[in-house]
Design a protein around this ligand. Structure first.
Ligand SMILES: O=C(O)c1ccccc1NCC(=O)[C@H](O)[C@H](O)COP(=O)(O)O
Length: 208
């Protein structure tokens, strides 16, 4: 199985190229004003253009108005949208009418959201810690019975623990930010490379 690797919190063309050269499949651009990694749609668009169409560009939002999400996503020319927060299913479906959606869920909501989105092809679940971008790992063993096929995994992942997380849950993709940074919003090149390599290696042990 091909596992996707997403490097989140990209704030510059330089870091977009760095992550793409390290082998990332997707870059995350955070448009939530509360974030330390906030990026403008213009910079995100330039960064996306700098890596070419084979790398997915994911616009990340937290509890923002629907029109703001759609306008920002269009201005940044993202290829997918990641939705954090307490959102209605109607809201999520409205975004999914325009973009593939990564719907972010916390462990406490995993069972309900799995039932809700089962069979909706445009909506993929991403399990993340309650504080997005907080660098806190989840209890992977406790989540094993609930983790749905095809879901993505985030939450405190980095070069040193991504293999253990993948062995426990076999996610379809992994995503990280805090442990890949030299400072908030600035990538640590070695950590990004090591993260992508560790995820690729761990994916080889997935059952064929
Ligand atoms: O990272 C942020 O600052 C952020 C703020 C608001 C909404 C989402 C945010 N990040 C989204 C991500 O996709 C992170 O990669 C994910 O939460 C994992 O973060 P970390 O635990 O730091 O690896």
């Amino acid at each position: 199985m091909t596992v996707q690797v997403k490097v989140c919190g990209t704030t510059s063309v330089h870091d977009a190229v760095l992550s793409a050269e390290a082998g990332a499949d997707a870059l995350g651009f955070i448009f939530a004003p509360v974030s330390k990694r906030l990026v403008s749609p213009q910079v995100a668009r330039a960064a996306g253009l700098s890596v070419g169409p084979s790398v997915a560009r994911v616009g990340v939002f937290l509890d923002q108005p629907l029109d703001e999400v759609l306008r920002t996503a269009e201005a940044a020319r993202v290829s997918a949208v990641q939705l954090h927060g307490r959102l209605s299913s109607l809201y999520v479906m409205a975004v999914a009418a325009y973009y593939p959606v990564l719907r972010v869920v916390r462990p406490a909501d995993l069972a309900t959201e799995t039932d809700m989105w089962h069979g909706h092809r445009g909506v993929t679940l991403m399990l993340d810690a309650p504080e997005p971008g907080g660098g806190i790992p989840l209890d992977w063993d406790a989540l094993r019975p609930l983790f749905p096929d095809g879901a993505w995994l985030a939450g405190g992942l980095g070069p040193g623990n991504v293999a253990a997380a993948m062995t426990a849950l076999r996610p379809a993709a992994v995503d990280a930010v805090s442990r890949l940074e030299a400072s908030p919003g600035v990538k640590d090149p070695e950590a990004v490379r090591a993260f992508v390599q560790a995820a690729r290696l761990a994916a080889r042990s997935y059952p064929q």
